[in-house]
Design a protein around this ligand. Structure first.
Ligand code: PLP
Length: 342
């Protein structure tokens, strides 16, 4: 088992509650006393089909997914969605919000399929694509435009705050932040939007193939789905999305308050856009950066180094990170300010 005294602020892949990790580990050894690992049981068995169904039901309940939407489990990460989305839906052109590192990657892929408009004052084309939370920059969309075919990459904030699924034609998310281990991609799509695709798409890149085969056209990522089911059960048992949102807000508010108060640090995202999931900040004095990093690590605060192209710090506050970890980080920032370490 991992050292429980560590506070994991890593941006991924995946932060899970200890309880979920323990149940997943038990199932790898002997799933439900069947004498087989969850990794060995046939994915076509009734027992595993029930896991897929249960996971879908949990997604539907937690996000209040309307009946006319499909919930699909794919592979290839959010990065494959950067290509699948335009391959399926871009005919004449599409508008993309050019908001951050991953949005730019999505645009690069879309441009292989047709023209991309970046002017969001003139939303045109077959759909509008945005990223709800910029994992690297630490900014988050607080509301979404009211446009007909809205597609959103929610990889780093799905299940962290309430959303209104009916505002979207399609939502996708790499599972590995708040849903479960890497290896699975969640897609939630309006059926009529999927059915509007008239051209031929290769089977593994066609959303309808996943829908029509219950996400089991080929061998699904069995462990990722199983662990996601356990994690979503945990989320439901703690009060679901509204309750976790309250906690996530409390965690982020506490950390931003300290960043704003502390004379050594400053936030890097614009204040109205500050993310509840990925808190980015830096030291006023760049030479202090490695010193604070080392100090934080000595206190068991891991994963706060900013993305390699951005620098500074990034504290990811995913659902499974407890408030006590944020308190530990805030304490360390205060101690650092009051000490002679720097
Ligand atoms: N989109 C966002 C917002 C992300 O945070 C990430 C990864 O962190 C990706 C896309 C890429 O996801 P994947 O590694 O699953 O392809």
């Amino acid at each position: 088992m991992p050292n429980v005294t560590k506070h994991n602020f890593g941006a991924g892949p995946c932060v899970l509650p200890q309880d979920v990790l323990k149940k997943a580990a038990d199932a790898v050894m002997n799933w439900d006393e069947q004498g087989l690992s969850v990794l060995e049981v046939s994915h076509r068995s009734p027992a595993f089909e029930a896991v897929v169904k249960k996971t879908e039901t949990l997604v539907r309940e937690l996000l209040q997914v309307p009946e006319d939407y499909s919930v699909l489990f794919l592979q290839g990460g959010a990065s494959l969605q950067f290509c699948m989305v335009p391959m399926n839906f871009l005919r004449d052109g599409a508008t993309y919000l050019d908001g951050g590192f991953f949005g730019k990657k999505a645009i690069k892929e879309a441009e292989l399929f047709g023209p991309v408009n970046r002017d969001i004052t003139q939303i045109t084309g077959d759909y509008f694509h945005c990223t709800s939370n910029n994992t690297i920059e630490g900014s988050q969309m607080k509301s979404f435009p009211d446009v007909p075919n809205l597609i959103c990459d929610m990889s780093s904030d799905i299940f962290s705050r309430p959303i209104n699924v009916s505002e979207f034609a399609l939502i996708y998310a790499g599972a590995q932040k708040n849903m479960g281990p890497a290896g699975m991609t969640l897609v939630i799509a309006r059926d009529a939007f999927l059915d509007d695709v008239k051209h031929q798409v290769p089977a593994m890149l066609d959303y309808r193939v996943y829908r029509d085969n219950g996400s089991m056209y080929n061998t699904p990522p069995v462990f990722a789905i199983y662990a996601a089911m356990l994690n979503l059960q945990w989320l439901q048992s703690t009060g679901g999305v509204p309750a976790i949102y309250k906690q996530n807000k409390a965690k982020a508010e506490m950390l931003y308050a300290e960043i704003d108060r502390n004379s050594l640090f400053t936030g890097t995202a614009s204040v109205p856009e500050r993310s509840l999931m990925n808190v980015t900040f830096k030291t006023h004095e760049p030479l202090l950066e490695p010193v604070f990093l080392a100090y934080a690590e000595s206190k068991g605060l891991v994963g706060i180094k900013g993305y390699r192209t951005v620098g500074g710090f990034r504290a990811s506050l995913y659902n499974a990170l407890p408030l006590t970890s944020v308190i530990a980080l805030v304490d360390a920032m205060q101690e650092f300010e009051n000490s002679n370490i720097y």
